[in-house]
Design a protein around this ligand. Structure first.
Ligand code: UD1
Length: 324
């Protein structure tokens, strides 16, 4: 298939592009490089530098003709979204409207959309399946839910079929070492641990050790970015051959605490990673674990690279080059 990957130079997008090309698809990346990296544009793909706020640029890129769009372009810092909702509303929501309008105009009727477990908010039960109520606790999560709702309407009114993929905690780097562009100023747990291991930051702050969990630290479902990428390819191929749209969780179905991640990282990197206990971060649930049964039944997808060892080894393979 001929696929336009919007946000294809970013952390998850770059892995999706590699997986699409490995499966024999033709990839064009559309990215403004605000957080995406030049080094994440691979040989074999076409690149259009453009912004999703620029309707003309989207229209001109899409006029080349595509079978489908993978949409991963978004701001994703949950904390920042509570301070700067305008920025998140404009880019995430209005930008997605621009993409949908350009798709409708250019008769592209399939989208794989990068959604998030943040649509659920504080979990009412675990594991979280797709029937769980959606009550985002932060504005970032709200933008993802708003876009899912837009997709439903564009589905009804414009015939755009979609797969909304609700990622749990994306982590790790390409297990074949092909992705080299690191995220700038990361706030997520594993890149922060990696930066501390490489000496780029003094220590890890552990946000709370008084949660009702086995060691008091927060538990999350970390899913390897290669597993996420594989799900995008399966989702696009599914849209290509079957009718209908779907919304699925993507998680490993395993819970890992901050402390367990830190201990594993110390063991695997052989580095003495300094850490201190800090206060809880507002809005953080104690535990978040996915049920991914629906992705298994619709797509035949399961996380296979998401063990703590694989998450940490693949990340350290990239971060260890930063060691002073
Ligand atoms: C959040 C969003 C998620 C989004 C992701 C992308 C929610 C509920 N989740 O995930 O949807 O896709 O951000 O940015 O909105 N931690 C520390 N120290 C740190 C960093 C993190 O202790 O320096 C802890 C957190 O308290 C948490 C765990 O590590 O328990 C994971 O945190 P993080 O990687 O930031 O992801 P989430 O907040 O779970």
């Amino acid at each position: 298939m001929k696929i336009l990957v919007i946000g294809g130079a970013g952390y998850i997008g770059s892995h999706v592009c590699l997986e699409l090309m490995d499966a024999g698809h033709e990839v064009t990346v559309f990215d403004n490089l605000s957080s995406g990296k030049h080094e994440n544009i691979f040989s074999g793909e076409l690149f259009v530098k453009g912004d999703i706020m620029d309707e003309g640029a989207l229209d001109s890129a899409m006029s080349k003709g595509f079978d489908g769009v993978v949409h991963l372009a978004a701001f994703k810092a949950a904390g920042e979204s509570m301070l700067l909702p305008e920025k998140y509303a404009r880019n995430n929501i209005s930008g997605s409207i621009n993409i949908l309008n350009a798709m409708a105009k250019n008769k592209i009727n399939k989208m794989v959309f990068s959604s998030s477990a943040a649509v659920y908010g504080e979990p009412e039960y675990l594991p979280v399946d797709e029937k769980h109520p959606v009550k985002p606790e932060n504005f970032y999560g709200y933008t993802k839910l708003a876009i899912e709702n837009l997709l439903e309407w564009y589905g009804k009114l414009k015939g755009i079929r979609y797969a909304a993929l609700r990622y749990f905690n994306a982590a790790g780097y390409d297990i074949n070492g092909r992705v080299k562009g690191l995220e700038s100023n990361p706030a997520n747990l594993l890149p922060v641990i990696m930066e501390a291991a490489a000496g780029l930051r003094a220590e890890l702050s552990i946000f709370g050790n008084d949660y009702p969990t086995k060691d008091g630290t927060g538990i999350r479902d970390y899913v390897h970015v290669n597993d996420l990428a594989a799900a995008h390819v399966k989702a696009m191929e599914h849209l290509g051959r079957a009718e209908g749209s779907f919304v699925v969780n993507l998680g490993s179905e395993e819970g890992l605490s901050v402390m367990e991640m830190l201990e594993s990282a110390r063991r695997i990197t052989g580095r003495d990673i300094a850490a201190k206990i800090d206060g809880r971060r507002p809005g953080d649930p104690a535990r978040l674990i996915a049920s991914s049964g629906l992705a298994a039944s619709i797509l035949g997808w399961k996380a296979i690279h998401s063990s703590p060892d694989s998450l940490i080894r693949s990340s350290w393979a990239v971060y260890r080059h930063l060691l002073k």
